[in-house]
Design a protein around this ligand. Sequence first.
Ligand code: AMP
Ligand code: FE
Ligand code: FE
Ligand code: ZN
Length: 285
Amino acid sequence: MSQIDLHTHSTASDGTYTPFELVRLARNTGLKAIALTDHDTTGGLNEALKAGREMNMEVIPGCELSARYNGLMHILGLWVKPETPDLNKSLLELRNKRNARNQIMIEKLRKLGIEITYEEIKLLAGDAAIGRPHICRVLMNKGAASSIQEAFEKFLGPDGKAYVPKEKFNPDKAISVLKNDQATVILAHPFSMNLQQDELRKELIRLKDLGLDGVEVFYPEHTKEQTSLYSSLCKELSLLPSGGSDFHGSIKPHIKLGKGRGNLNLPYSLVEAMKDKRAEQGLWT
Ligand code: AMP
Ligand code: FE
Ligand code: FE
Ligand code: ZN
């Protein structure tokens, strides 16, 4: 059966494969379609779409936004348009906030006695939407941490000594920015919101009123119980089920494209259902 992956990252944000390499890996893995969903940027989409055309791979242009919430709320937009001015203005705003935050984290690291500069991060990250994984990689190159995990634990994770919270849009704005660009809007990895079943149900109803189209039911960190709960909530609330690995390349070496931790089997019918809804809404696919 044809398999897909609707949540992946490239070097346009904090992944380690270029968009071209990612599409090539998808083809070599035998996937039928992938969505590129970099954090806060559409910068990798044109390269991925071009690679998709060359390799006869279906590439769905997307992006991932973080939203302000008690737990961790991430929102994916699928079928975003890479060049839309309004969306790109909002994404630029988010990347500028990222850079301001990165500067403060670097100052904190320097105060801890680590000689690290913004220029070094920039050299490693190039034009990417820079995030904590880039800073982690520079810390590892300097020997200040032996793994990404250690760098997060000691320095950049929520309990780390150089942690600074990220500025985000509230959920309403994150959804409306994507909806205005005619995207299909998916709540990513709902387990990360840390909600009880009834709370999640209420939140999904609220988000659906704001324009949410679907939920990432299938995700490497979801237990069987979570997967079946999210799946039944989708059926009950007429939300589209989605699924993806959140592939980032070598910064999350245990996660494989299309396979997650090994058993993520995502059928193409998930994409078909999304396309059917988009066709009903009169949106492009
Ligand atoms: P940022 O967007 O700068 O806040 O960085 C968040 C990103 O860091 C996430 O999208 C993940 O890719 C990565 N990340 C967060 N926590 C960890 C962790 N414990 N281990 C590896 N990567 C992580
Ligand atoms: Fe990431
Ligand atoms: Fe995420
Ligand atoms: Zn992601």
